[in-house]
Design a protein around this ligand. Structure first.
Ligand code: SF4
Length: 516
């Protein structure tokens, strides 16, 4: 008897597989549940996009979508790998019933049906609602950087971009002269006759590179205009990606800077299903909060009852905008002071001597924070930690990145002789002034919600709910870098991944609910 285990299959065995394709797939194989779910979804809007023409009949969009989504659920994103799987893997053969789309067809299908893909995402979410899983009671929103399909070294600043463009212009001019000379010689030799109006291949390539650089130049000009007048930006100037001009050079979690997009997901806390996806060509994550509410309402006919979001999304317009839409905002301020002795029963009295050292200090300004001043709404004035009054002295207009409004300024009548002056007064100021804009009431209400035990308990769920989909997308589906280029295409790429994620979640719920 051999020491080694015998191979279970004989290469010359006459019958190897089960007599039917269906018999080769076990009854409890996940692909069966996947197929059941995808068959319950209506694809008529996709069918309308196909025009009957001569040639091979097209593969049904349900089969194509199944191939992409099932592949994503297994971390298979490359169209070539999917093509290979359709020909060789039994689960794909069963799912596709032997259809074998080539990689170009799969690649085109991924980006040719943008509105239909959004509709598919919506329909999958609605299955979650019908199953009683998605409640929209609490929705989280979070963002992460996802690498663009652009090498971190293929970026340029203004000087290098101008040099590259000038060199390319010179090359194109040189080639044009050479082709003109060649045409003249050929005309002399063969006579003038019409020829196909097609650019020579080398010139077409130069023109394509020139168009890419020009696009990068436009992007650069826009970024420079947006940074004009700002002191908190690098003096080195803006660096722009050259292969994917719509991405943005942003800091990477693994160090350094690289072209990235910002992927933002809204997740229903009760089911863990993704209810909205957004991709930004910048890192302006706070700008996604109100659009997320609008998208969820459009997709599912209802607004979330509460939004749980981290402090990076905290802004006055977001807090007020959510309140105006009757959505409870659970968003902590960037700077939180847990124990604040300034919040005392009678703010007209000074803070106790032993508590003065615990008053909140602004980390940026290095003086007492606004949180150390108590607002008296009835009398429209502040009380400082020494119990003195800061009356409203002036209203001033502001314009922050196009967001216009008016803020009120409150000033202490006299800070002379105050023992806290060195901690409270900014350099060269004789009296302390406090500003209050139209969003301050909303900020205070949001802070009060999160200071309660109930608010804190609800908010504690946020991180696991919000971050789980990103972990799955990055590790299981390998979505650490987009394969496609351009904002519209990467949005579709994320939407495909989110739809696959939701389908896998629904499969798990179905499997758990099935009788043992
Ligand atoms: S410096 Fe002025 S505002 Fe600040 S604590 Fe003293 S009196 Fe109040």
């Amino acid at each position: 008897m051999s020491h080694w285990a015998a191979a279970p299959l004989n290469r010359h065995q006459v019958t190897l597989f089960a007599p039917t394709l269906d018999d080769t797939i076990d009854g409890d194989h996940p692909v069966r549940l996947f197929d059941e779910l995808i068959r319950a979804i209506d694809f008529s809007s996709w069918e309308l996009m196909y025009v009957q023409v001569a040639g091979q009949p097209p593969i049904h969009p349900r089969a194509m979508a199944s191939c992409i989504l099932y592949g994503l659920s297994l971390g298979m994103r490359s169209s070539r790998k999917l093509e290979d799987a359709c020909g060789n893997r039994l689960d794909f053969l069963w799912l596709m019933q032997g259809r074998k789309p080539d990689h170009a067809t799969i690649c085109g299908f991924r980006t040719d049906f943008e509105p239909q893909l959004k509709d598919l995402f919506r329909r999958v979410g609605r299955v979650g609602i019908e199953m009683g899983l998605v409640t929209l009671n609490q929705v989280t929103l979070d963002g992460t950087s996802t690498r663009a399909n652009n090498s971190r070294y293929n970026t340029a600043r203004r000087s290098s971009l101008e040099q590259k463009l000038a060199a390319l212009d010179e090359q194109i001019e040189q080639r044009m002269k050479e082709f003109g000379e060649q045409d003249r010689r050929e005309d002399e030799l063969y006579g003038v006759e019409t020829s196909p109006a097609k650019l020579p291949r080398s010139l077409a390539d130069l023109n394509r590179r020139q168009a890419e650089l020009k696009k990068a130049m436009v992007n650069l000009a826009q970024r420079e205009a947006a940074r004009q007048g700002r002191k908190d930006v690098s003096a080195k100037g803006v660096s722009v990606p050259l292969s994917d001009a719509e991405s943005r050079v942003l800091p990477n979690k693994d160090g350094g800077n690289a072209p990235n997009y910002t992927s933002v997901l809204a997740v229903d806390a009760d089911s863990g299903l993704i209810v909205d996806t957004q991709v930004l060509g910048s890192n302006d994550e706070p700008s996604t909060v109100l659009p997320a509410v609008a998208n969820i309402e459009e997709n599912f006919g209802d607004k979330p009852a509460a939004m749980m979001i981290d402090s990076g999304f905290h802004s006055g317009p977001n807090l007020l905008g959510l309140e105006q839409q009757d959505v409870e905002a659970l968003i902590p301020a960037r700077q939180q002071f847990r124990e604040n002795p300034a919040l005392r029963e009678d703010p007209s009295q000074p803070v106790a001597q032993e508590d003065l050292c615990r008053l909140p200090v602004s980390p940026q300004l290095k003086v007492l924070d606004k949180a150390a001043f108590v607002f008296d709404r009835a009398k429209d004035r502040y009380h400082c930690p020494m119990g003195r009054v800061l009356e409203r002295v002036e209203d001033r207009k502001y314009n922050r990145d196009g967001n216009k409004g008016v803020y009120k300024i409150y000033a202490c009548a006299s800070c002379a002789g105050c023992p806290l002056a060195s901690k409270c007064l900014p350099k060269k100021a004789m009296v302390r002034r406090i500003c209050r804009d139209e969003y301050e009431d909303a900020r205070e209400r949001a802070a009060a919600r999160l200071s309660s035990e109930e608010g804190r308990a609800r908010y504690r769920r946020r991180s696991s709910v919000a971050e789980t989909p990103f972990a799955v997308l990055k590790t299981t589906m390998n979505l650490r870098q987009f394969l496609l280029r351009g904002l519209s295409k990467v949005r579709q790429e994320l939407c495909w991944a989110a739809t696959a994620y939701n389908l896998v979640k629904l499969m798990r719920f179905k499997a758990a609910a099935a009788p043992a």
